[in-house]
Design a protein around this ligand. Structure first.
Ligand code: PEP
Ligand code: MG
Length: 577
């Protein structure tokens, strides 16, 4: 009998295949005491397992294939993150320390430290950093499996016959496993845990493998070897489909494959709608390597460069010169403008550099984060602003301030940047004559005050990831309230429209850099709301461009205004189809 199951679709596409459950999911971790005389042998058992884990990762890294849409650098960087974490002293020293001081076995000591680190990540208010708790989990699981001699058997080797590809069902999949599984030709992934911002989800998107995460009890509900359809667009999985469902999804998949093949021809075509509206398509990047392949995939520049990466996996703050080098490299590799966002860390992000002392706030998402933290820590902010202004000598740099919630806050940050510029001028440093400064609109208060903010800002960029979380009062990484996270909520759409209108009236450009901008399901709606700059994961650029080229923006605007006024579900359906 057919069975429909729902999770979170994190990588688009349809796959049809047979279930292959990954063994070795939940590890039983024993805890026992070690005799004094055996403590050093236990420490060696741990360090040997760690070395073996490192070798495994290095071997996997060397197998990252070239030619997967330019994503190989991104993928190698993910493995490097795990390699760094595997060697990080906050993991290893504590484990060795507790084997020696508590005289417990290596597995139990590693489990304790893993749980402590995961709890720290869990508290973070930044969704990206919070999703890094998965990395701690994956790295620890690799070492634990080696210690327990329960290494996962992955279906590696030649891809299966295309008629019966495997669909992997697991508790969770590490980025390293994804690489091996992708090489083995698996057709899709279904996992019980994880979220759309996990590295696993990002990698599945890079490999264009359909994936569903957060499908609770998947391993219990699916039978090994049974037929299953995965719809990564909608997050649906259909076990044991009947002939009718099979033919429906085969047709849907064929349509998708055909569309994707036709997209590559759009790379050099301008994004102009049927009725002549020019739209700007930009890339969101995290790592400097991403900048190079953004242009290959048709982006006209970078609309969001998240700088938090520079502050991660290290104990000390990056110096001004170090930041200057890093920004200059990225700026030089981007064709077109690059919007660099100033640091978006929260007060509780103590694991890396940028640490603050004091108690962890109860509600970090509403606490001292992003621009608030930078204004409170002028030395931290000054080093970054100086580096950014100096890097502006090498390209078309724009500086974007995250989490702005009032005109006064924006003006304070702007005055700080102006004063920093004057200081640099006095020192004779080279800079661009004009560096536009803008605000992210991601707090409802900023959207509501957008007409006032527009008098001071050079541009706006709408951060829907946070705007939705703050408007609807739902934690964007909390599984339990995920179902309320609704980009189509009338309140969200109205705030987006108000921001665009305020920008138009104030004659400043308005971009959108939240995930909504790169989701082709919303392209027509956003065009209707008047958006003309979209910044997104580079892999989505061509698909969004195709929709723009086929759209009549004037007609979509009329439909969107009608939707805002009436909230008519029919109007919404027309804009979404
Ligand atoms: C956003 O909030 O939409 C955004 C782009 O920023 P981040 O996801 O980094 O918070
Ligand atoms: Mg944000």
């Amino acid at each position: 009998m057919s069975l429909w199951l729902n999770g979170i679709g994190v990588s688009r596409g349809i796959a049809i295949g047979r279930v292959q459950k990954l063994s070795g999911g939940d590890l039983e971790i024993p805890e026992y005491t070690i005799a004094e005389a055996d403590v050093e042998a236990e420490v060696s058992r741990f360090t040997d397992a760690q070395a073996r884990g490192r070798e495994q990762l290095q071997q996997i890294r060397s197998q990252v294939p070239a030619g997967i849409g330019g994503a190989e650098n991104e993928i190698a960087a993910f493995i490097d993150t795990h390699l760094l974490m595997m060697e990080d002293r906050s993991l290893t020293d504590a484990v060795v320390g507790s084997i020696r001081s508590s005289r417990i076995n290596a597995e139990a000591a590693l489990k304790r430290q893993r749980d402590a680190l995961m709890a720290v990540f869990e508290q973070m208010d930044d969704a990206y950093l919070r999703a890094r708790r998965d990395d701690v989990q994956h790295v620890s699981a690799r070492i634990l499996r080696i210690l327990l001699k329960e290494e996962r058997s992955l279906p590696v080797g030649e891809p299966e016959a295309p008629t019966e590809p495997n669909i992997i069902v697991a508790d969770d999949i590490t980025p390293a496993d994804i690489i091996l599984l992708a090489q083995a030709g698996v057709a899709a992934f279904i996992t019980e845990y994880g979220g759309p911002l996990s590295h696993t989800a990002i990698l599945a998107r890079s490999y264009s493998i359909p994936a569903i995460v957060g499908l609770h009890n998947a391993r219990r509900l699916f039978k090994d070897g049974e037929a299953v359809i995965v719809d990564g667009d909608l997050g649906h999985a259909l076990a044991d489909p009947d002939a009718q469902a099979l033919s429906f999804f085969r047709a849907k998949r064929a349509g998708q494959i055909e569309r994707r093949a036709s997209l590559s021809g759009l790379k050099d075509r301008p994004a102009i709608s049927r009725d002549g509206t020019k739209i700007r398509l930009l890339a969101n990047i995290e790592l400097s390597e991403d900048a190079t392949h953004a242009a290959d995939l048709g982006a006209e520049g970078v609309g969001l460069y998240r700088t938090e990466f520079l502050y991660m996996n290290r104990k000390t703050l990056p110096t001004e010169d170090e930041q200057y080098e890093a920004y200059s490299r990225v700026v030089a590799s981007v064709k077109g403008p690059i919007t660099i966002r100033t640091l978006d860390l929260g007060a509780d992000k103590q694991v890396d550099s940028g640490a603050r002392s004091g108690p962890t706030p109860n509600n970090p998402a509403l606490g001292l984060r992003a621009i608030r933290l930078c204004l409170k820590e002028p030395d931290l902010f000054r080093a970054q602003v100086r580096a950014l202004l100096r890097a502006s000598a090498h390209g078309d740099v724009h500086i974007m301030l995250p989490m702005i919630s009032s005109v006064a806050e924006y003006r304070q940050a702007k005055a700080f940047i102006d004063a920093t510029r004057e200081q640099l001028e006095r020192e004779g440093q080279k800079m661009a004559a004009h560096v536009p400064i803008g605000a992210m609109i991601e707090v409802p208060a900023a959207a509501l005050a957008a007409p006032l903010l527009a008098r001071h800002c050079s541009f706006f960029s709408i951060g829907t990831n946070d705007l939705i979380q703050y408007t609807l009062a739902i934690d964007r990484v909390d599984d339990e309230v995920n179902y309320l996270y609704d980009p189509l909520h009338p309140a969200v759409l109205r705030l987006i429209r108000m921001t665009i209108e305020a920008g138009d009236r104030g004659r400043i450009p308005v971009a959108m850099c939240g995930e909504m901008a790169g989701d082709p399901r919303y392209t027509r709606l956003l065009l209707g709301l008047g958006l003309t700059e979209f910044s997104m994961h580079p892999a989505s650029v061509l698909e969004v461009k195709r929709i723009i080229i086929e759209s009549d923006v004037r007609a979509l605007r009329a439909q969107a205004m009608n939707l805002l006024e009436t909230g008519d579900p029919q109007a919404l359906e027309t804009l979404m189809s």
